[in-house]
Design a binder for this molecule. Structure first.
Ligand code: G6P
Ligand code: MN
Length: 451
């Protein structure tokens, strides 16, 4: 273990999430002391717009923390103790493609689920591996990468295959956001909930929600049957998940639990269990990427411009579970706190009837040497089958990336529950290869060779 204060690098420094994460770090400085924060991005121009906002957030809390902004990996990672990764390969422009291409074929358009998630995975695996290599080369020997980069399930599997020894902990804020809503419904602070959960990232279920040893899932079930996973007035949700599209997503927990009341689903299961509903209500010309570009991104850029002109920084970014969660996880890694969090780990029997080496999402105790998963036992046949199909789709996608195999990519798309036929899979994949020509040179070649 290394001693504080720490050097922390944020990979994907130009992200709209960076100011919120840094704000979360600032309010927790007593728990997680910092000597230096470094922003690293391959898009230096974008990062230089966000950086003054980040610097202001830091200076409002500390004069002593060194602040570095760079596009040079050596500068970014030399001696770093922690790396928070939140890369978005292809930025929102490519997210828009991930969402709109499947929709043109009547299939769910989502950045992490269905063909959109698979395409995003094809773009992200190798850059993520490159980041692991930079960290291995330059950072502290025991440095941890805490990774938010999506699609987390596929990224986790890709890194497990290609860099099995890398000290990467893959996380997602969706379960914590769901727990925040559960807490609001139950009138209990989310930190007081102890949950059991099994699945893959963006594909899992809560099986128990304990408060002081008592399972409150029955109460949540009754509430969800009326309102979905929102308080009655829908007012009490995390700011990051409060846009109208998110409100709708929280409400969709109701129809899913009306059909299958046993467990409480991850909201992303809406894309797999009710894809027709989703497609019917999606506007193919204006997807979530547009909503984010016109909302979160525009607001932050406008605030950065205003700050530059006036020296006053308007309130323009969310500080919610997203930032709080990554800081909690980092604290537990840094100080061997053994806190229990839902994270993405190698299964190793945690879910008895899923493959031993699958990357699953379960509760784990976070130690300074990494997560110790909690055993969730065997899961029912229905859930096991859904999980196996999704896992196979994601694993084939990883193999397609590593081998540059068109056929495996097509199998991955065909196996995904959101895709009705092999013809849909092919039509979508071929459009995606075209749209991703700057990112998938190998597949582009395999595709041409096959013509
Ligand atoms: C949730 C998920 C993240 C995802 C994010 C997208 O927080 O857990 O994995 O990246 O939503 O949010 P956005 O606001 O960009 O649609
Ligand atoms: Mn996520």
């Amino acid at each position: 273990m290394f001693k504080p204060p720490f050097i922390l690098s944020i990979a994907g420094g130009g992200s709209t999430y960076t100011p919120g994460i840094v704000k979360s770090l600032m309010v927790r400085l007593a728990d997680f002391p910092l000597a230096e924060i470094r922003l690293y991005d391959i898009d230096g121009e974008r990062q230089s717009v966000i950086a003054p906002v980040v610097e202001k957030v830091i200076r409002d809390h500390s004069q002593s923390i060194k602040f570095t902004v760079t596009t040079d990996p050596e500068v970014a990672f030399s001696g770093a103790h922690f790396v928070f990764a939140q890369m978005r390969v292809g930025q929102y422009k490519m997210r828009e493609q991930d969402e709109k291409i499947p929709l043109r074929h009547g299939v769910v358009g989502q950045e992490t689920c269905g063909p959109g998630g698979l395409a995003y995975g094809l773009r992200t695996i190798l850059p993520m591996v490159e980041l692991c290599d930079f960290v291995e080369r330059y950072a502290h020997q025991k440095a941890w990468i805490v990774n938010y980069s999506n699609p987390a399930a596929i990224v986790a599997e890709g890194v497990r295959r290609l860099r099995p020894k890398a000290r990467v902990l893959n996380i997602c804020d969706m379960p914590v956001a769901a727990m925040r809503n559960m807490g609001a419904i139950l009138g209990v602070d989310r930190h007081k909930l102890e949950v059991d959960y099994f699945g893959l990232n963006h594909f899992g279920w809560f099986t128990r929600v304990l408060v002081d040893g008592e399972d409150r899932l029955p109460e949540l079930r009754r509430h969800i049957a009326k309102f979905g996973l929102l308080t009655e007035d829908a007012a009490q949700t995390d700011p990051q998940h409060s846009d109208p599209s998110w409100v709708k997503t929280w409400r969709h927990i109701k129809p899913i639990m009306d059909h299958f009341p046993q467990f409480l689903p991850n909201p992303y299961l809406q894309y797999y269990l009710m894809p027709n509903d989703i497609v019917e209500h999606q506007n193919p010309d204006y997807t979530r990427a547009n909503e984010v570009m016109d909302g979160r991104e525009k607001k932050l850029f406008a605030a950065a411009a205003e700050y530059k002109q006036t020296g006053i920084l308007p309130d323009a970014f969310h500080v919610g579970v997203h930032g709080a969660f990554i800081v909690d996880v980092a604290c537990s890694l840094a100080f061997d706190l053994r806190q229990r969090h839902l994270v993405i780990v190698e299964n190793k029997g945690a879910i008895a009837n899923l493959p031993y080496d699958a990357m699953v999402e379960v509760p784990a105790y976070i130690t300074s040497e990494g997560p110790e998963p909690v055993r969730m036992g065997a899961v029912p046949l229905f859930h096991q089958t859904l999980l196996m199909q999704q896992l196979a789709s994601e694993q084939l996608l990883v193999e397609a990336t590593i081998e540059g195999s068109y056929e495996k990519a097509l199998q991955a798309f065909t196996l995904n529950r959101t895709v009705p036929t092999m013809q849909h899979a092919k039509a979508i994949l071929d459009d995606m290869i075209e749209a991703n020509r700057d990112y998938w040179p190998q597949l582009q070649q395999a595709w041409k060779d096959g013509e």
